[in-house]
Write a protein that binds this ligand. Structure first.
Ligand SMILES: Cc1cc2nc3c(=O)[nH]c(=O)nc-3n(C[C@H](O)[C@H](O)[C@H](O)COP(=O)(O)OP(=O)(O)OC[C@H]3O[C@@H](n4cnc5c(N)ncnc54)[C@H](O)[C@@H]3O)c2cc1C
Length: 413
């Protein structure tokens, strides 16, 4: 696609996965006046993993990150869901080559720091303004103004609020809609694979389903580390933070009686962390004139479909393509972006909540029916299990925007 003749001044609040993907996609489409504004003074490594479905990996490949990801990521062979105590397999969903062939990109497990570094290096580290906290914004027919906490004002033509679940841009745009606490807490940690080798952990997404809680583990960092997350009822904990430490003894009590792999992995981990989970009901409007939202600012979700980051990557790609297709009319571009994204992200938000209910099922009959349904699908290897996720993993941002705008809006190869 040719560089746009008109160059709107684009402001992006937040240098998380969503903000950086948007900035990189815009840059590759030929936009030159982009400012990414991030509150953090130093971009620190987050010691956690992330699962990236092929729908997100496809975008990252189109943004030129295929080689980098191939070096640091792990492509799991399957998603294996198992009974929490006896380890019996409930569901075995093939990933690996079968997934890459069906959807045109692999399913990946990545250390967040590796993903962040890849995005930052590709976009340009020096082009992210750090230590600048956004306080508010205003807009009129001439443009949009972003007010920093220091009192400095930055002018632009478009503002993208990619500032996470507690977005200040959203707070101003959609007053009175705070995120809701889910009552759940994510314990998380990362073990050296060498320290856990005695557990013989397979190269899968291993999901352990138990009453009121579940546990997920997978390899990252080219197989050198194992990332895990344990979801439990939250008690009094309300803090969201990648760095809030927890007590291993308390965590082991939460998973009392669970399979030796689960307990062994916790024991092999040096530091454990806690994160209270918030989400929102889907909301049909995130755009007002020259201002829009993206990623968790627009549609935060519980991580039970492992898609929050993936949806923010899709958002960034779709938004950049809409702006490239309609550079003379940023408001129309943002409206087209919203039209393309609300229904899909709402489906993922609600599906993620539903997945939690299914994993944590306590009713014996419903649990029996759930397990039988998945075992049958595993045994018959039916196409049905693929068809159920085609809508999620088969999404093609470029084709969607092209169909909506009726013009060639592809990213450069
Ligand atoms: C435990 C857990 C596990 C998860 N697992 C997965 C998974 O496996 N797969 C997946 O796809 N997703 C997963 N997610 C979801 C995923 O992490 C999020 O959806 C994703 O990080 C959202 O990216 P974002 O860029 O929208 O927001 P964020 O990552 O929150 O980034 C927002 C950025 O904005 C900055 N910011 C905030 N306020 C301001 C301000 N006022 N001024 C300037 N800057 C500001 C922040 O510092 C931050 O850098 C998980 C989430 C959790 C909690």
């Amino acid at each position: 696609m040719k560089a746009p003749e008109v160059q709107p001044r684009i402001l992006i609040a937040g240098a998380g996965i969503g903000g950086l993907t948007t900035a990189l996609a815009l840059k590759r489409l030929g936009f030159r006046d982009i400012q990414v504004i991030e509150q953090t003074a130093v971009l620190k490594e987050v010691g956690a993993g992330i699962q990236l479905g092929p729908n997100a990996v496809k975008v990252l490949h189109r943004l030129g990150l295929a080689d980098t990801l191939a070096q640091v990521a792990v492509a799991p062979l399957a998603t294996k869901s198992r009974n929490w105590s006896n380890g019996r397999t409930i569901r075995n969903f093939p990933l690996g080559q079968a997934c890459a062939e069906r959807y045109g990109a692999p399913y990946y497990h990545v250390h967040r720091a590796d993903l962040h570094t890849a995005l930052l290096d590709a976009y340009g580290r020096a082009d992210v303004r750090l230590g600048a906290r956004v306080a508010s914004h205003e807009q009129d027919a001439r443009g949009v103004r972003l007010n920093l906490e220091t009192g400095e004002q930055i002018e632009g033509d478009v503002l993208v609020g990619a500032d996470g679940v507690h977005s200040v841009i959203r707070g101003q745009l959609l007053e009175g809609h705070d995120p809701g606490f889910t009552g759940l807490l994510a314990w998380r940690g990362m073990a050296d694979a060498a320290k856990a080798s005695h557990l013989g952990i397979e190269k899968n997404v291993n999901a352990w389903w138990g009453p009121h809680r579940h546990f997920v583990n997978y390899y990252v960092s080219a197989g050198k580390r194992i990332n895990w997350i344990g979801i439990v009822p939250a008690g009094q904990w309300r803090l969201e933070s990648w760095s809030a430490r927890g007590d291993k003894a308390e965590l082991l009590k939460e998973f009392d009686g669970w399979h030796p792999i689960v307990r062994g992995l916790i024991e092999a981990t040096d530091e454990v962390f806690k994160w209270a989970l918030y989400d929102r009901d889907p909301w049909p409007v995130w755009t007002q004139g020259r201002v829009t939202l993206l990623g968790d600012a627009a549609h935060p979700m519980v991580p039970f479909m492992s898609q929050g980051g993936a949806q923010s990557i899709e958002d960034g790609c779709v938004l950049a393509l809409c702006l490239a297709g309609l550079p003379h009319d940023p408001a129309a571009a943002l409206a087209a972006y919203q039209d393309l994204r609300t229904e899909r992200t709402a489906r993922v938000q609600l599906g993620s909540r539903e997945a939690g209910r299914m994993f944590h099922q306590t009713d014996p009959w419903k649990k029996f029916v759930r397990d039988m349904k998945f075992r049958w699908a595993t045994l018959t290897d039916s196409q049905e299990k693929w068809r159920r996720v085609d809508w999620l993993y088969g999404y093609d941002c470029e084709a969607e925007v092209e169909a909506k705008l009726g013009k060639d809006t592809r990213l450069a190869a």
